[in-house]
Design a binder for this molecule. Structure first.
Ligand code: PLP
Length: 406
């Protein structure tokens, strides 16, 4: 008789965004005349930039001729893409990352959930609270998180690092020593970020205690302030303690196209064992490569035309972020984020819980956001709005929230 992986049975409730979508559906069904605006899920809305489309069209044509047809991609990804990444994302910032330390993938969600496979089950993970749920859930599925306590909504074997208004939504070094530390800056969901000197403290700490940092920089393109690092490899010593995850979803609108990459420096070792070699083995066995057409599209992100067009796309979303943040502040809300990230982190007024405020905003402004408590206990009483909508719908949503009676 077969048995299931009962770690899956430990996962609490349904996935946050399914609950949000269900509530929206139910509300819309009960009020078909209302126009609901969705500023909840972090999905982009602007079309692909022309430079990317041109590259995709050209690659599609290549696939139609025997001389230029491509089959399976190389294990790590095509060299043209890995070279463009190494040059533009790392060497141009003075970071010593070479093309053969880059593993091209179909996105940061898969990489951030799969990377834990190369670590022992008795490793202790540390996560920010609130947190992108994938880091914890993938470790639950693997059986690394212990027992769930539904009253505190925490796992016994996970170290939670609260990110609160008091610490500027950036975690402090944990009291208990972790083996694997997940950091994400600019942050989803809080929109907060970390200065280079604070990140350097994390790198020094990880090197001192022998921990590995999994650094998710999916929102790097949204950084606007000069003292915020674009990659963890700007910090001295990161090559011996950090893995970096990147995505083309938010900087180039690839949420439906799918492309990302993971960087593992060759010096990163557990004893004599190279994590680069383990991930290469895992990648070679379980993954057959992002499509050639999509990797060519990714290369176009780094072309002169691509960079110019994508700068405008990011500016478009950040204009939304500034609008949401400024207008809600004017209306008396306590708001953070929205400066180096496309997320606005709003304190629910009048002592409402996250879900109470979610329901209130849905019913009174017909706007869907995401309840902060869905990202972890320290997210309780917060509410996340995304800047990924169109400008027009963003303005309308914000005006409706401003006009709600509180
Ligand atoms: C922090 C973070 N990492 C990764 C992802 C997923 O990125 P991708 O679309 O590349 O899978 C998201 C998506 O919302 C995210 O917020």
């Amino acid at each position: 008789m077969f048995k299931v992986n009962d770690n899956y049975l430990k996962l609490p409730g349904s996935y946050l965004f399914s609950t949000v979508a269900r509530k929206q559906r139910e509300y819309q069904a009960a009020h078909p005349d209302k126009k609901v605006i969705r500023l909840s899920i972090g999905d982009v809305t602007q079309p692909l930039a022309p430079a990317i489309l041109d590259a995709m069209h050209a690659a599609v044509d290549e696939m139609g001729h025997a001389e230029t047809f491509r089959g399976y991609a190389p294990d790590l990804g095509y060299e043209f893409l890995r070279n463009a990444i190494a040059e533009n994302d790392y060497k141009a910032r003075g970071c010593d990352i070479s093309a053969d330390e880059i593993f091209v993938s179909d996105g940061a969600k898969c990489d951030s959930s799969n990377i834990q496979e190369i670590f022992s089950l008795d490793n202790k993970i540390a996560v920010c609270d609130p947190v992108y749920p994938v880091y914890v859930d993938s470790n639950v599925m693997a059986g690394r998180t212990g027992v769930y306590d539904s009253t505190t909504e925490t796992w016994s074997d996970v170290i939670y690092m609260p990110c609160t208004a008091e610490n500027g939504f950036a975690p402090e070094l944990p009291k208990q020593t972790p083996d694997i530390i997940y950091l994400c800056f600019p942050n989803n969901p809080t929109g907060a970020t970390i200065t280079k000197s604070r990140l350097q403290e994390w790198v020094d700490y990880a090197n001192k205690v022998g921990a590995v940092i999994i650094y998710d920089a999916a929102y790097e393109a949204y950084i606007s302030e000069p003292d915020v690092p674009h990659t963890i490899y700007e910090c001295e010593g990161a090559r011996t303690c950090a893995i970096e995850l990147r995505s083309f979803s938010k900087n180039a609108g690839f949420t439906g196209v799918r492309l990302g990459f993971t960087v593992i420096p060759k010096e990163l070792k557990s004893g004599d064992v190279s994590l680069h070699a383990l991930w290469a083995r895992r990648h070679g066995t379980k993954y057959n490569g992002a499509p050639y057409i999509i990797q060519r599209a990714g290369e176009a992100v780094y072309s002169e035309a691509g960079k110019e067009q994508l700068k405008k796309q990011v500016a478009y979303y950040m204009n939304n972020a500034h609008y949401i943040s400024a207008e809600l502040k004017k209306a008396g809300y306590s708001v953070s984020g929205g400066v180096n990230a496309p997320y606005i982190w709003l304190k629910a007024p009048n002592g409402m819980t996250s879900w109470e405020f979610f329901d209130y905003v849905l019913a009174n402004a017909n706007v869907v956001g995401t309840p902060g408590s869905g990202f972890g206990p320290s997210g309780e009483t917060y509410f996340r709005l995304t800047a990924f909508g169109s400008y027009e719908s963003t303005v309308e949503a914000v005006d409706r929230i401003k006009n709600m009676k509180i």
